[in-house]
Design a protein around this ligand. Structure first.
Ligand SMILES: C[S@@+](CC[C@H](N)C(=O)[O-])C[C@H]1O[C@@H](n2cnc3c(N)ncnc32)[C@H](O)[C@@H]1O
Length: 209
């Protein structure tokens, strides 16, 4: 299956790209991404994977911390922007921009110390395939942080306009996701909480050593 087939209809076309550009500040630098990085805590020399990296707000932070980051995204538009951003980073040699989807990650078995995804799970079309991939690529002792802003929460500033976005995308149920990851042998928890002042859905997991 080609990567295009993995994308939801609403991701395609100029309208969606313009929508992203209107939020450009949030995508270049985002407090939620900062918070995820604090949780994932990539360290120097570790191999990190940013799934659905977009313009790379988490990727550049992780590379600054000394991790080798594979930034995976199926969107040529996003990969182009991150590839333009990359040369301006002092840590650019530690950043690799790769075409891929959560359901088919372009990294070797057991090669990843830490991976995360921010505001991308609702785009994943085949959650079970994606979870198999997370379990496959993670090294023993490896860590996972999956976070999606919770627009269904009335306290989210975009609740009024975005509360039903999962009607058009994949439903993110933290308990179901944590149970799926547990079923794959990971130690996983899911919760609805607040990160950087924003209601979020958060799943964290580790692979036993
Ligand atoms: C809302 S953006 C978030 C980007 C970035 N993580 C951030 O927080 O700024 C969602 C990203 O997920 C990517 N995406 C779409 N389908 C995907 C899939 N199946 N697997 C991984 N990423 C996907 C999109 O191309 C887009 O860049």
């Amino acid at each position: 299956m080609g990567h295009d087939a993995h994308r939801h209809e609403r991701d395609k076309g100029l309208r969606a790209k313009l929508h992203w550009l209107f939020q450009i500040r949030q995508f270049w630098q985002s407090d939620v991404n900062r918070e995820v990085l604090e949780m994932a805590a990539p360290t120097a020399g570790e191999h990190a994977v940013d799934i659905g990296a977009g313009m790379g707000p988490a990727t550049v932070l992780a590379a600054r911390r000394g991790a080798r980051v594979t930034a995976v995204d199926p969107s040529r538009f996003m990969r182009t922007i991150l590839s333009i951003r990359r040369p301006f980073q002092r840590a650019r040699s530690r950043i690799t921009v790769a075409d891929g989807v959560a359901e088919s990650l372009p990294v070797a078995d057991g090669s990843v110390d830490v991976l995360w995804t921010v505001n991308a799970i609702h785009h994943w079309v085949d959650l079970e395939a994606a979870f198999d991939e997370l379990a496959r690529v993670l090294a023993p002792g490896g860590r996972i942080v999956l976070m999606d802003e919770d627009f269904t929460h009335p306290d989210h500033s975009l609740h009024a306009s975005h509360h039903d976005h999962e009607a058009e995308t994949t439903i993110v149920d933290v308990d179901v996701i944590a149970a799926s990851l547990t079923g794959l042998g990971l130690a996983a928890t899911g919760e609805r909480t607040v990160a950087a002042g924003v209601p979020v859905k958060l799943i964290r997991a580790t692979k036993p050593t």
